[in-house]
Design a protein around this ligand. Structure first.
Ligand SMILES: *[C@@H]1O[C@H](CO)[C@@H](O)[C@H](O)[C@H]1NC(C)=O
Ligand SMILES: *[C@@H]1O[C@H](CO)[C@@H](O)[C@H](O)[C@H]1NC(C)=O
Ligand SMILES: *[C@@H]1O[C@H](CO)[C@@H](O)[C@H](O)[C@H]1NC(C)=O
Ligand SMILES: *[C@@H]1O[C@H](CO)[C@@H](O)[C@H](O)[C@H]1NC(C)=O
Ligand SMILES: *[C@@H]1O[C@H](CO)[C@@H](O)[C@H](O)[C@H]1NC(C)=O
Ligand SMILES: *[C@@H]1O[C@H](CO)[C@@H](O)[C@H](O)[C@H]1NC(C)=O
Ligand SMILES: *[C@@H]1O[C@H](CO)[C@@H](O)[C@H](O)[C@H]1NC(C)=O
Ligand SMILES: *[C@@H]1O[C@H](CO)[C@@H](O)[C@H](O)[C@H]1NC(C)=O
Ligand SMILES: *[C@@H]1O[C@H](CO)[C@@H](O)[C@H](O)[C@H]1NC(C)=O
Ligand SMILES: *[C@@H]1O[C@H](CO)[C@@H](O)[C@H](O)[C@H]1NC(C)=O
Ligand SMILES: *[C@@H]1O[C@H](CO)[C@@H](O)[C@H](O)[C@H]1NC(C)=O
Ligand SMILES: *[C@@H]1O[C@H](CO)[C@@H](O)[C@H](O)[C@H]1NC(C)=O
Length: 544
């Protein structure tokens, strides 16, 4: 994301009412049956990754020296669903990435005297790494360079990917990263270039099915959405309207979401932990995309809309905000809420600050403060895993190996018009309590009862709160159980507070993952009275 971004709805903000008395209990009303607004079956790779092209090898290592931390962290996710997280290789550096068949190392970053990354070159060993180091079966999306308007260069990278990846490994090409930030593209003149490129690349590589992911745009949708200004934005829907899919080359559409930013001081002011960990704000933000999601799915199918790059705070995150356990709660809520409004997959962005990205940004060098882990020692600190990684364990374990799991946000839920229920509309928890239900039609409980519930208590509790007692909420889930004394299993996402930054005190089902592999005994509880207590700044997965 870059700074010439227009003010978003939030900047009009809204004073936070600190006098709100926190709830201590919440009775879920039911009914227990599959809600009408439930999603189609969730994609097993709902929780996926986008890795900045220039930083890719820093994450994976190379064949003679693979990064074992990265390998293990990916394998843990695959082990829970049976299907690896997908990886999109892209970001701002993809628009200055070139192919060199004679390069004797996987990747070379050209860094100038000022320390600015000018461009990136990849060679044959790059694809060997992608093929061999990520878990077997990892699907890859490759972001090609559009900004140079050099078709030959884009085709060379595309050809190298087709030749270098395992058969079936490539799921899509993107042409350009955040093209709404350069060359003053309109939907029409973007499409005039994008469409023939997608056709010519398909023909050159004997690709006979739709293989392209449209969009990869950065700007948030203007609201209201059906105005001339909103329709003039470059995005998936306007590009489709301009004929991007006239030659049947579009498989998916991607748009990027960054709810907060430190690209400039004005936006840095609102990029706080308190704002981040608030369901009302998450839902209002993602709701901006609902009209586009609906339009894309109508034209291209149920699984066609993806958030192909996202994180919490653009321009590489913020220390003490996006590297905390609060980010873990934000990530969990964002992933599930997006799934509940029919986003098929979300690719959390990993990498580092780029000197040329914004002259007013807070971060310079090292790795990003929003990464789920740092694969190597860097300017910002040593190799480490962050609390937010454990949220992807929560998500993948919720999905399990089911291919029939459907989600609905059952508290605070959504209005009939699809937008979220907010404090003003009756969410007494002020965006602090969130519940998602999951129904699995392949199980005997079918559409009558959920097979799982995710309970989130986003109320702020800081580990640095001295001796203050930790509040908690009792969720009464009896209305979702076949009988009030049904025995359920509970696994928890826990940390000493929303402000902690260490993986060695962040527990998923009792285990920590600071070394990439589980440490400690697995902990789960059984409950037989329909009451599940969840501490402030905590979450629980209930398995029926
Ligand atoms: C996860 O790993 C365990 C232990 O190796 C194995 O038994 C199980 O089948 C794996 N699960 C999946 C879904 O791959
Ligand atoms: C592989 O990575 C190691 C460790 O970073 C490095 O020393 C080595 O030069 C790399 N090999 C290649 C071919 O890039
Ligand atoms: C990368 O940038 C440097 C410095 O501007 C330039 O000399 C070099 O030719 C560029 N590399 C490629 C492959 O364009
Ligand atoms: C376009 O890309 C090709 C292949 O990388 C390169 O040989 C050529 O010089 C580029 N053209 C321009 C105008 O930069
Ligand atoms: C697209 O059209 C706009 C408006 O006419 C123009 O400013 C811009 O330069 C064009 N971009 C390209 C790449 O042609
Ligand atoms: C794409 O192919 C068409 C037909 O062969 C050709 O006219 C056009 O110049 C090509 N476009 C590019 C960017 O290569
Ligand atoms: C595409 O098919 C043609 C004709 O069958 C073949 O000559 C060519 O090598 C193929 N290209 C690729 C990239 O597979
Ligand atoms: C692409 O679609 C356009 C518009 O329908 C059509 O004129 C053109 O012939 C198609 N190109 C190819 C290569 O099929
Ligand atoms: C969460 O955000 C909403 C919308 O900005 C606000 O009304 C509400 O008070 C916030 N909740 C808390 C606990 O600050
Ligand atoms: C601090 O502790 C008090 C007393 O238990 C609690 O009400 C409050 O929510 C806590 N605040 C934070 C941010 O941890
Ligand atoms: C909790 O910690 C965060 C990060 O250190 C801080 O921004 C926030 O103000 C703290 N909240 C309270 C109520 O102390
Ligand atoms: C967690 O790691 C930090 C930093 O390495 C260390 O200071 C702390 O003692 C560790 N805590 C536990 C509970 O292992």
């Amino acid at each position: 994301m870059n700074p010439k971004f227009v003010a978003r709805l939030w900047s009009l903000s809204i004073l936070i009412d600190l006098s709100l008395a926190a709830l201590t209990s919440l009775t879920l009303q039911g009914p227990a049956s599959l809600p009408v607004d439930a999603s189609p079956p969730l994609h097993p790779s709902l929780a996926s990754f986008s890795i900045e092209t220039a930083f890719f090898i820093s994450y994976t290592g190379n064949l003679s020296s693979p990064n074992l931390l990265t390998k293990n962290l990916f394998e843990n996710l695959k082990n829970r669903t049976g299907v690896p997280a997908e990886v999109r290789i892209g970001g701002i550096t993809a628009d200055s990435t070139y192919w060199d068949a004679s390069l004797d190392t996987p990747l070379f970053n050209f860094i100038d005297d000022q320390g600015a990354l000018q461009n990136t070159t990849i060679g044959p060993q790059f694809w060997d790494v992608v093929r061999e180091i990520l878990p077997e079966g990892t699907k890859i999306t490759v972001n090609l360079d559009l900004q140079d308007l050099n078709f030959t260069g884009a085709l060379e990278v595309a050809t190298s990917a087709v030749e270098g990846l395992a058969p079936g490994q490539l799921v899509a090409f993107e042409i350009g990263n955040e093209p709404d930030h350069y060359l003053s593209f309109t939907p029409e003149n973007y499409t005039e270039i994008w469409r023939p490129w997608s056709v010519n690349i398909s023909e050159a590589l004997n690709i006979t099915k739709p293989m392209f992911q449209l969009g990869a745009t950065a700007e948030d949708p203007l609201w209201p959405y059906n105005t001339p200004a909103a329709n003039a934005q470059l995005d998936c829907v306007s590009a489709l309207a301009a004929g991007a899919n006239d030659n049947n080359t579009v498989r998916y559409c991607s748009e990027h979401t960054y709810q907060y930013s430190v690209c400039d001081p004005a936006r840095a002011q609102v990029a706080t932990l308190t704002n981040l960990v608030n369901h009302t704000r998450v839902a209002q933000y993602l709701d901006l995309w609902q009209p586009r999601i609906n339009a894309v799915r109508e034209q291209l199918g149920d699984d066609a809309f993806v958030i192909g790059e996202y994180n919490s705070v653009s321009c590489s995150g913020r220390n003490n905000v996006s590297n905390t356990f609060g980010q873990a709660l934000w990530l969990l809520d964002t992933t599930f809420y997006a799934a509940s409004i029919n986003v098929s997959r979300l690719y959390i962005h990993q990498g580092g600050p780029l000197a040329l990205q914004s002259s007013t940004q807070l971060n310079h060098g090292g790795f990003s403060f929003y990464d789920l882990w740092w694969p190597v020692d860097n300017l910002n600190g040593p190799t480490q895993v962050f609390p937010s990684y454990s949220s992807y364990l929560f998500v993948t374990e919720t999905l399990g190996t089911s291919t029939n799991l459907r989600i609905s946000n059952i508290f605070p839920g959504r209005q009939e018009n699809g937008s979220s229920i907010t404090t003003a509309l009756g969410d007494d928890s002020a965006g602090q309590l969130v519940v998602y239900g999951f129904w699995d039609e392949s199980l005997p409980s079918g559409t009558d009862f959920p097979s799982k519930l995710a309970l989130l208590n986003l109320q702020a509790f800081n580990a640095t709160n001295g001796t203050g007692e930790r509040p908690s909420v009792n969720f009464d889930i009896s209305n979702y159980l076949p009988s009030p004394d049904t025995i359920v299993t509970v696994r928890r996402l826990q940390a000493p507070g929303a402000d902690v930054k260490a993986a060695n005190v962040t527990r998923w089902a009792g285990q920590t993952f600071e070394e990439g592999v589980p440490s400690g005994e697995l902990v789960q509880e059984t409950i037989d009275n329909g009451l599940v207590e969840v501490e402030a700044s905590g979450a629980a997965l209930v398995i029926l």
